[in-house]
Ligand binder design. Sequence first.
Ligand code: F3S
Length: 380
Amino acid sequence: MVFTLHLTQEEEQVLDGEKGEFLSKCMKVLVRLGDVLGAEKLVSIKRAHISGVSIMTAGEELALLLEEAINEGATVCVRTTTNPCAIELEKWKELGIRSEFVDRQKRVLDKIKAVGMKLSLSCTPYYKDNVPEFGEIIAFAESSAVIYANSILGAKTLRHGSIDALAAAFIGKVPLADVLIDENRAPEVFVDVKHDLKTTTEYGLLGFLLGELLDEIPIIQFKRKPKHYELKQMGAAMATSGKHAIYHVIEVTPEWSKWKNMIHSLEKIIIDKKDLIGIAERFGVSENPEFVVIGCPHAHPDELKDINLEAKKWLFCGRSMLNEIKNVARNFDMILADTCPVVMPLAELGINEVATNSVKAAWYIPKLSKNKVKTKLVFI
Ligand code: F3S
C-alpha cells in the first residue's frame, strides 16, 4: 500500500500518544482510513453521529471503548449525536422489557453521556438534533443518515462505520477523500423511473433495486417530484443493498444542476413497475397485516397524514420530534422514541410477525431477530 496521508505536527503528536492512549487509538483509526481511501490530509468536521448504540448490536463493545476514553478524561470535540438504543426510556415497563436488559442498555448510555455525546437516540439527527448545513464536512455513521445528508442536504460525509465516526468525533477531523471532494460526487449513471411511484414502500423498493444493481452514483428522474420522506425511504434502502453514500434527483436535490450538462453522456437505465414487483415478491407483501411498524428511518410528521390502516400500529421517532409527531399521529397504538423496530427486542416481547413500509426494516428485522420475527412489506 502507498501511504499518501500527511499529518501536521499536532496530529503526529496525537498519534504518538502525547494526548493520551485513547486519542492515539482514534488517530490511528483515521490514519488507516485515510490510507485506504488515498487521502492526503485530514480536515476538520463540524459534527458527528455515531451508530452501534443498542445492546442488540454493538452497544456493549462501544461501552468498553468509551470506558478507556473516560479513564483518560477524553471527550468528543464536536457536536455528536447517537443512533437509537434497544429500549424506550420512558415506556420500557409498559412494553414489558426486563429490568436487567434495561440496566445493561442504561450502562452503555451513561458512558456515551460521560464523554459529552448527546443522547439523541435517533437515526434522523438531521431533523433537529444535529442538522448539517449545505457544503459542511461532517462524520455521520448510520448509512441512511449518511445518504440523506449527502444527497438531500448537500452536506459532505464519508459512509462511516461506528468506530471511525467515533474516532472522528474525538479528534474532530476526517480524511479528505471520496465524496468529501466535489468531483467524486458527480453522477455516473442516469436512471429514468417510468413508473409513477405512489407509496413510500415503492420508493424503498426502488432504492433496494438500485443498491443491488449499481456501483455508480445515480442521477434519477421521476415522473413527479418526490417528497423528502419518500427519498428518505429510497436512500435508506439503497444504502442497505448497496454501498452508496450519495445520489442526485433531477429538479430536487441541491447539487443536481451542477451536473446538468453531463447527464446526456451518461449510461441510461430504465426502471419500470415490473422491476419493483420483482423486489417486493422477494420480501413478501402483506395485504391485511395485523401489526405494522412505521418509522424506519425515524418518522417525520409529514409522512404520517395519510396513514389509515386497520392494523395495530407502532410508530418510531426521535424524542426531539415527539411533540410534532404527536400532533399528527393520532391513530397509532404506540409512539416510541429512543429505539427502533430493528434494534429493540421485538421477539422477547412476544412479537413474531410484523409488516412495514420500510424495505430497510424488512431486510434487517428478520436478520437481527434470527428469524424469530417474520417481516413483510405493506404498501403505505
Ligand atoms: Fe433507523 Fe433503526 Fe431503521 S436505526 S434506519 S429505524 S434500522
